[in-house]
Design a protein around this ligand. Structure first.
Ligand code: DGL
Length: 293
């Protein structure tokens, strides 16, 4: 069905000086990378945005699994010690495949940390999840939340236009507000007070940059959670437990890869990462050669 990468050997997984691989369909996962760098600044990161095939969230589970495998295989060629799937869509449908295929390299998704954060944050047990169509369709978030909090009442809403707005770098203004109202009014404005969710999960790594617009619709009383900080905690624990954390004295670094559009990736990605990027900082790679699932 697929070929294992030749560099998929345990030697890489055990090397504390190796980089941490991080991928998403586009720039959204940079919101996660930002949290990883804040929590673990001494680590080296190689980030891959599969911009040529974005969005993942409207694709079939089969395609998403194939894309995720190919992205992870490319990162594995760099000899990574750990893989962070900074995409809820890929975490929802491909985490099992990736965990199995890339063992012994530890694979950390963003969905379980996001569900854990939501279960901790809610007081009423009413939790809303906004995500891509594919993440919503698979029901992975409700399942992960209910495993932790069986009494929870979880509602979901697919918000695919948020991905397009974020990739466009439109994070505020009347168009963003209108889309946010269209998606969220039904969950928050049109519901009776006692039925209203008290917690909203941003179940897509593109959504945190739209935080202020989303807050404008849901109001101050709702706790908005995303998985970036909890994923950073999960990564820290994994590295420590495996004895592969970089020494605190090490100098951290970031390498950026994309499958299309270096200039665009740098322009919009800088906003997500919180630092200015240059197109020359982004290496364009092709994932399809010799990497099939
Ligand atoms: N950022 C991704 C996620 O967290 C997917 C966006 C997309 O490609 O549709 O789900």
């Amino acid at each position: 069905m697929k070929q294992k990468s030749p560099s998929n050997d345990p030697g890489h997984a055990a090397d504390a000086s190796a980089a941490i691989g991080v991928f998403d369909s586009g720039v959204g996962g940079l919101t996660v990378l930002r949290a990883l760098i804040t929590a673990l600044p001494a680590e080296r990161y190689v980030y891959l945005g599969d911009t040529a095939r974005l969005p993942y969230g409207t694709k079939s589970a089969e395609s998403i699994r194939r894309y995720a495998y190919q992205a992870a295989a490319r990162l594995q060629q760099r000899g990574i010690k750990c893989l962070v799937v900074a995409c809820n869509t890929a975490s929802a449908v491909a985490i099992d495949v990736l965990t199995e295929e890339f063992a012994p390299v530890p694979v950390i998704g963003v969905l379980e940390p996001g569900a854990a954060a939501a279960a901790r944050a809610t007081r009423t047990g009413r939790i809303a999840v906004i995500a891509t169509e594919s993440t919503v369709r698979g029901g992975a978030y409700p399942a992960a939340i209910l495993r932790r909090l069986p009494s929870a009442i979880v509602t979901q809403r697919a918000c695919p236009l948020f991905v397009a707005l974020a990739e466009e770098g439109w994070t505020d203004g009347p168009v963003v507000d209108a889309v946010a109202h269209r998606y969220l009014d039904e969950l928050f404005v049109g519901t009776r007070e006692r039925e209203r969710p008290d917690t909203l999960v941003l179940g897509c790594t593109h959504f945190p940059v739209l935080g202020p617009a989303i807050r404008g619709v849901v109001g101050d009383g709702v706790v908005i959670v995303d998985s970036a900080a909890t994923t950073a905690q999960a990564l820290a624990a994994t590295l420590t437990n495996a004895g592969i954390a970089a020494p605190v004295s090490a100098t951290g670094a970031i390498e950026l890869l994309a499958t299309d559009g270096a200039e665009r990736f740098a322009r919009v990605g800088g906003m997500f990462l919180g630092r200015s990027l240059d197109a020359a900082d982004v290496e364009i790679v092709d994932l399809q050669i010799g990497a099939g699932l």
